[in-house]
Design a protein around this ligand. Sequence first.
Ligand code: SF4
Length: 223
Amino acid sequence: MKGRVAEIFESVQGEGLYFGEKQLFIRFFGCNLECVFCDTKLEQFTEYQPKDLFKRLDSYRGDYHSVAFTGGEPLMQKDFLRRILRFTSSQGQINYLETNGTLYRELEDVIKYVDIIAMDLKLPSSTLSWGCWKAHTKFLEIASKKDTFIKCVITQSTTAADIKRVAALIKEINQYPVVVLQPNSFEQSLQVKHKIKKFKKILENDGITCCAIPQLHKIWEVR
Ligand code: SF4
């Protein structure tokens, strides 16, 4: 079995509830979605046998909060991902999965080895792509067994109707993870700020805890 990995590097987490934590990042190649604001359009990768990747990971000796499995979409390579998660878990590491929150069958197969899930909820009015509501609902049902938070990217085109649908989805499965509203880093407009304020109120009125956190690694100028 071989896996396609775009890069491995140490950095600090720049998004979501664990921002500022030191992590070892493993960026998986390939994604099943096409978000308009995607800043990780990957073109190159290295193919690894699991044992070769284990060796490579062994060469990193930092004091990490966790190992971040990111992409692309790591769950696209579920079997390979599972091997790596199992390895890092056996080493006593915390596994942090960054995912677009759509591949729920694959999540089910690896969740045993995952500790924290940073789940994107792809709003069609933000991504300007197709909606994934059914898949997101099933994904969140499974993900809720672990420490999970949701992240929604807010752009100038994001609608209140999509945010209301987020609230409905959360209420439907009766699991209330924190929702992080993340302004699109390509648009630093007042309009986006106003939208975030309004969307926060919509979610809070439904009893959902939410906060606004920008992509801090871009502000800090780190990877
Ligand atoms: S899910 Fe993530 S990696 Fe995939 S296209 Fe969207 S932003 Fe890019």
